[in-house]
Ligand binder design. Structure first.
Ligand SMILES: [Zn+2]
Length: 432
């Protein structure tokens, strides 16, 4: 859930995502084949090589999007790495463009996304990569066993219709330009035309030579993208053990009980990805998770067999992230005008020294840990934190117009935060 909430924090700040990109490893990348062929290895022999090369490529691709602005200026980017059953990684990327560069017209879309087979004479290189990586099928009657087929229908809805121009349909989905111009290529003896092209971006396709599907997001489906792709759970396999038929015929005891195991499936590439500490969930801008706690309720981490005195002295005098915020409020003049949530915009937290210092560059988005309404004082503390600017202690948080209150709840009352149904409205809005 943490990843999903981070992604939602980005949405709240950046608005709807504009582009959805799927980037898949190409097992034939020359960097890989050069290495593997020289040593007579197969790709599955060296998951570390695959993983490192893919990581380098995705880093570069994110740089092309963010820094080089190949789609225009970018507010936020997030991606999630997934590992297919066969083990090769791919990335699902969401791009949030700045308002001035949103893809609002068909022409804007045409500038970024193509869905046609390029002319072989005029653009031979592009033609080859599209034919190699961006054609769907054959499926349908010609190949009913294609993995995309379910009950005789292509689940990816290919072939698409021919369209003479790109149009944004009322349902919010674009229909990309796919001209009925007779251009086709043969795959396994089946002719595939523009109706079978998976939408792509010319620049990315030529540069990375891999399957890179670029689609314009339908705003109404933003939540679907976040849930389905960004918050995806682990692949699971169900392993079952059976007694063999031979055992029965030989009169051995046949146990009807089958043991089923719900196992977490980790491919070799995924193992390497995790061992090397690469991001599975990348977010830019960074989402700072703000922790807070009631007085003397800070979390202390210790080993099972540690001496309690040692634990106490180790943590003694070290402020938590939250207490460090009080200290910064007392120290910096420009901290006084900010709530806790607003703080990461202007200040950076240093884990090693447990202190907040004025931010030199960039900024991050905040997300305060969620507290359910039933959790008593910490719920009211969180409510105060959303309102009060620059407090220097718990005491100052509870002091409203010069009057000290005995609980955070009373302070909320004094501030008028609990006068009407606001408390409930806010809780419902937050949950929504
Ligand atoms: Zn299909």
């Amino acid at each position: 859930m943490q990843n999903y909430q981070d992604a939602m924090a980005i949405c709240r700040w950046a608005g709807f995502p504009d582009l959805f990109i799927t980037f898949t490893v190409n097992p034939k990348w020359p960097e890989m084949t050069r290495f593997l062929e020289a040593r007579q290895l197969r790709i599955e022999d060296r998951p570390d090589i695959v993983t490192r090369i893919f990581k380098m490529k995705i880093d570069l691709l994110i740089k092309d999007i963010r820094k080089e602005e190949i789609f225009g200026s970018v507010k936020a980017v997030l991606y999630t790495i997934e590992f297919q059953k066969q083990g090769l990684p791919h990335a699902h990327i969401l791009v949030f463009l700045a308002n001035k560069d949103k893809l609002s017209t068909a022409k804007d879309i045409d500038n970024i996304i193509s869905a046609e087979i390029p002319d072989k004479e005029a653009q031979p290189e592009l033609h080859d990569v599209v034919v190699n990586y961006m054609l769907h099928g054959p499926c349908g009657i010609a190949n009913p066993h294609s993995p995309c087929m379910d009950k005789g229908i292509c689940t990816k809805q290919f072939p698409k219709n021919f369209n003479s121009t790109t149009v944004i349909h009322e349902d919010g989905y674009p229909r990309y330009k796919r001209k009925d111009n007779g251009v086709h290529v043969m795959k396994n003896g089946i002719p595939l035309d523009n109706r079978y092209v998976i939408p792509y971006n010319i620049t990315l396709l030529l540069k990375y030579g891999a399957h890179i599907n670029v689609e314009r997001c339908n705003q109404g489906d933003s939540i679907k993208y976040l849930f389905k792709y960004v918050n995806k759970g682990y692949d699971r396999v169900t392993a079952a053990f059976y007694t063999q038929a031979d055992d029965v015929s030989e009169g051995l005891v046949h146990d009807e009980i089958k043991m089923f195991f719900d196992c977490r499936y980790v491919s070799s590439c995924e193992s390497v990805w995790r061992i090397l500490g690469f991001d599975i969930n990348y977010r830019n801008p960074f989402v700072e998770r703000l922790s807070f706690h009631l007085p003397n309720h800070q979390m202390v981490v210790f080993e099972e067999n540690e001496d309690l005195q040692d634990v106490m002295s180790r943590n003694n005098g070290k402020p938590t992230m939250f207490e460090a915020w009080f200290i910064a409020n007392a120290k910096y003049e420009n901290a006084k005008g900010l709530t806790y949530s607003e703080f990461p915009m202007k200040f950076t937290y240093h884990k090693d020294t447990c202190e907040w210092t004025p931010r030199k560059k960039g900024f991050s988005i905040e997300r305060m840990y969620y507290t359910p309404p039933g959790s008593g004082e910490s719920y009211y503390l969180r409510m105060l934190l959303a309102t009060i600017k620059g407090p220097t202690s718990y005491k100052s948080l509870r002091t409203v117009n010069g009057v000290y209150h005995n609980s955070f709840r009373d302070a909320c009352y004094a501030l008028g935060l609990l006068d009407d149904d606001k408390e409930y409205t806010d809780a419902i809005l937050e949950a929504a």
